[in-house]
Design a protein around this ligand. Sequence first.
Ligand code: FBP
Length: 701
Amino acid sequence: MSDKKSISIEDILNNPEVQKSTSNISQELIKRRHFIPPKCDAFSKPYTELRDNDDIKFVVDIESANQLPSIINNKAQTIVGVDSPEESFKERYSKKRNIGIVFSGGPAPGGHNVIAGLYDAAKKANPETRIFGFLLGPDGIIENEAIELIGDLVDAYRNLGGFTMIKTGRAKIDTKEKMTLSKETCKSLELDALVIVGGDDSNTNAAFLAHEMFEDGVQVIGVPKTIDGDIQVRDAEGNVLCAMSFGFYTAARAFANAINNLCTDSSSDVKYWHICKVMGRVASHLALEVALQTHANMTLIGEDLTDYIDEKRIEEAIKKEGTIDYNAYGMTLRHLSRVICDGIVRRAAVGKNYGVIVIPEGVLEFINEIQIFIIKLNTIIAEYNETHDADFHTDFPALDDKLEYLRRLAKLSREDASFTIWNTRDDDLFNDIPAFFQEGLLMERDSHGNFQFSQVETEKVLLGLVKDYLDILQENGTYKIGIERSYYRKTLEKGGLDPDYFGPILFKNYDDDDFLLIKSSIISVKTLKQTLINEGVISEKQDIPDPVKKIYQKSVPKLKTQIHFYGYDGRGNDPTRFDCNYTYNLGLTVFSLIANGSTGQMAAIRNLEKDFVKWEPIGIPIAPLMHLEERKSKLALVLEKSIVDVNSVSFKVVKALREKWLAAEPGDDDYRRPDPIRFDGEGEEDRPITLVLNALDRSSP
Ligand code: FBP
């Protein structure tokens, strides 16, 4: 035994080297906390004022005018810097205020900088102004749970991801009671203004709160947040006022980085297909950006599927029965799985039994047959809750209970013709789908009545269908791994066989291609032997020559997959420089809107696709952006979500390069390596590719 005295754990923990290595303060963290983003030109002056922009017009929904009369006539406002305004202006601008801020919905990188920008601007205007952060989302407003945001706290979170400082939640202030409680909170904190940082539903909430508290003089300002990138605002003439919500770019880059690593891995050990679902509740903006960032082999874009027409099916129906087959309109899950299979089979034919597929989380929304189920089930659940004043999911906790309830509805439809929401056909079709998918479709809706796509294992459903169809293709001899000609020759020659003798017997394209495909009739060792016997190469009693058997075995595809979900990870990433700068300036914009008396406006920055010097802070009126949509089976006034425009330049580019990125030909893949998110260094000023491409449309003569 050694007589060396062992060091106590206390001594180890007190060792400076151990303390340094286990500290949670990294160099990047220090840099992030100290970085103050640049300010848009308008904020370089001591004061800012707002100019109503009458050139920016909106098509107003009559219902919005009816429900939000106090803010419906708001104009878009441009923010300009002012050096020395009149004393009365200075007084108003710099008065002591109490401002509340809340995060609402899913986290998005950059949220802390909205607070930092607001805090810096407000304290600069008047150091006595107090900023309160509501805890855990809108519930914090309803229940008056808030903390005062002081300098040290704000500094600790500058340029950092997440909403950790005050957390977030998905509650909605959607009842009279909650509205009254929220008003009481604002009153008790003597708030001059309330800032709601959220997505489409939260900005909808902001508009209603602005209207409700108009008379009380509490201003309400919204901030466009969501990694989904689906808050995009244009005026009536199509001019872009807000090109994208904050957080989108960071999440897309984080996803792209991880997916690119999979591209590198899969093209190295060449045995896996990686199926990557990426977040984005409905719209496929994130998937589109990821496609451009990574050039993954296949990227599905939900919006691209809606207008799909199966021409072959239509032709066949006309030929056979002289009728139109309406089922040929719109993409089905089965057809989509076949599109994926086609890519897999074509890559396999050139020896690439691997690849990366990107599936947007919300793809089901664009698949007609599934969308119908989602709408019907939304209605059934909402009606049950309303009629019984109960919760469907509490009353029917298990899948079997829910299915039993649906069965009862189907029975009801047979007895009462006026009951059409769930009929026997719906019930039969629904019972045909796997239990985990049924469970997903029946799952609890969120507080806004939205279907929670992130909880459904869409990729598993598609993969199941893909595997089934590939089995069929394998059995009919269509799905094979192409064998490189030089490898084939070497293998046979090494075994003392003549490749040119066996070539035409084994392959269907021996005379033409670099990658050789075993004939479709050879689908097993048995059929291989039979072919060799038929061709007189061997007798019944002889074995297949080893090199030939080896080549055959190499041609048999085995689909090995790895499933990934990219969502929460990217949502929690520290923001890119772009998002740091964007959100800090959104915070400054918020204060400018408050200091100039606005309410019912959303803070935004124009020209995000251009260099920073061209960024223009503005206020966009929320009420004119709202329209009626079905929510919880009722029509509700909401802010419109923006989905991928299939006529946009970015989508057209992705469509045009699809074949190149599939790379179903000999040679290298076309993968692109996006930079990892670094806080500084070259490239860190980059902006989303979709943003830059889409702006080309507007800048072309
Ligand atoms: P927001 O619209 O609130 O920003 O949330 C976006 C999102 O991240 C979606 O991409 C995703 O579908 C959803 O939130 C997940 O919700 P949850 O956080 O409740 O699981």
